[in-house]
Design a protein around this ligand. Sequence first.
Ligand SMILES: Nc1nc2c(ncn2[C@@H]2O[C@H](COP(=O)(O)OP(=O)(O)OP(=O)(O)O)[C@@H](O)[C@H]2O)c(=O)[nH]1
Length: 319
Amino acid sequence: MQAENTTKNINLIATMPLFEGVPLNVLHWVNERCEIVRVFAGQTLLDPARRNDAVYIIISGFAQVRNPGQEDQALAYLMEGQCVGEMSVIDGGQPSARVVADSDCKLLVIESATLWELIGMAPVVARNLMRTLSSRLRYDNEVILESLRMQRAFEHDARVDPLTGMHNRRWLCEMLDRQIQRCSISGEALSILMLDVDHFKHYNDTHGHLAGDCALQAVAQAIRSGLRVADTTARFGGEEFVALFPGVDIAAAHGIAEQLRQAVREYPVLDFQGRSLPGVTVSIGLTALAPGQGRDQLLNAVDAALYRAKHAGRDRISE
Ligand SMILES: Nc1nc2c(ncn2[C@@H]2O[C@H](COP(=O)(O)OP(=O)(O)OP(=O)(O)O)[C@@H](O)[C@H]2O)c(=O)[nH]1
C-alpha cells in the first residue's frame, strides 16, 4: 500500500457511517492519527493467513470479499463508506475471508489501538460499529438462507420428475432400500407394482410426442388419485411407473393393481389445449419381497412379472 500525499479531507471522513455523530474535535483527531492509503485493483487487503491489525474504511473504489470455499467467487462487494477488517480487530482473530481491491481504492486506515482509543473518546463509534456488524450478519444470514433454499431446490429437482411431478427412479431406489431393510427386520410384507403403458411407441407415432407426454401425465394422475398418501410411487423411467406397498401382502396388492389398471383405462387424456385424446392402458407386474431379496432382485422379479403381463396380451396384471 502507498501513503497518500493528498490533503486528508475532514469533510469526507465526516460522511463515513462509522463516524456518524462523532464530534468535530474527534474527527480532527482521527484526521491527524490515521493515514489515507491507495491500493491498486487486485491487491489483497485482508488475508485469512495473515493477522490483521487495522480497520480500513473505503473512501473510494470497490473491494470484493472472496468466498473462502471458492476463491474465484465474490461473496460480497464493499463500496464507499463501508469498512473492512473490523471483525478481526474486535475479536483479535484472523480475517475470515480474503478481501481484494476490485478497483483502485483509497482507504482510511484505523490501527487497532487507535480504534479502541477512538471508542473511548466517542462511544458513538461503538454503536456505529455494531450497526455495521449487524447489517453484515443480516446479509450473511440472507446468503445462508438463499443457499439453503437453492440446496433444497437442487435436492428436489434431483428426485422429482418434471413431466409428471412424481418422484423419479433415484428417489425410488433410495426408498426401496429403506423399505426392504425395514420390512426384512420387522417381517412385514412389501409388495411392489410396475406399470408400463401399452403400445406407447405407437401412441407417440400416431398422435405425436406431446400427446404422449399428456398421456404420461394422465397415467401419473390416475395412479395418484387411486392410491393412499402413504403409498410410494415413482416414474421409474420412460413410460414405466413403480408403486410400493409396505405392509400390504400380494393378495391385497392384487386388488390395488386392478383398481389402478381400471383407473388408468378410464382416466381422460387431454392435450395441452384441453382437447380430448385417446386413452391408454397399462400392463402391470406384481410381486412381493421374498426373504433375503435385495433391491435389484426385487426389481428384476417385478420386471419379469410385467413382461409376463405384456406377453399374455397387455392391459392386465401378472405375478
Ligand atoms: N412422449 C413421450 N414418450 C416417451 C417418453 N419416455 C419414453 N417414451 C417413449 O415410450 C416408447 C416406449 O416404447 P416401447 O418400449 O417400444 O414400448 P411400447 O411401444 O409401449 O410397447 P409395449 O410396452 O410392448 O406395449 C418409446 O417410443 C419412447 O420414445 C416421454 O417422456 N414422453
